[in-house]
Design a protein around this ligand. Sequence first.
Ligand code: CMP
Length: 137
Amino acid sequence: MERTLSIIKPDAVKKGVIGPILARFEEEGLRICAMKKIQMSKRVAEGFYAVHAERPFFGELTEFMSSGPCVVIALEGEGAILANRRIMGATNPAEAADGTLRKLYADSIGENAVHGSDAPETAATEIAYFFAGTELL
Ligand code: CMP
């Protein structure tokens, strides 16, 4: 069993597609261990994306991620990290395969509907950034 962090980003929350995205995770066999709706401050978004601090899009990314509510979710399942990445599709929705969440719901590489951890170490760090161990059920 593996865990991964998913974020339903502010663009997808504004579009009213929290429900279909959660349904998709469950249909694909990913179990929701923990979930909450939050609005990140700029500082919290900067901490979450610290690995991208030197990238030219860091300011735009952290502005967007703190611009409205999002839903943070700890998902669990066999191969959950890769499974979630397959369900999300490519970072750039223009390159995302048909039926993926980003193809269905994202408008641009910056406002791309969902985030998912990319490796076991980042998944552990990212889940711990938003959830205490006792909240993972
Ligand atoms: P995410 O999976 O949340 O991880 C980092 C995010 O940076 C990524 O999704 C994109 O939303 C964003 N990102 C990556 N490349 C660019 C870019 N060229 N311009 C704007 N945002 C980007």
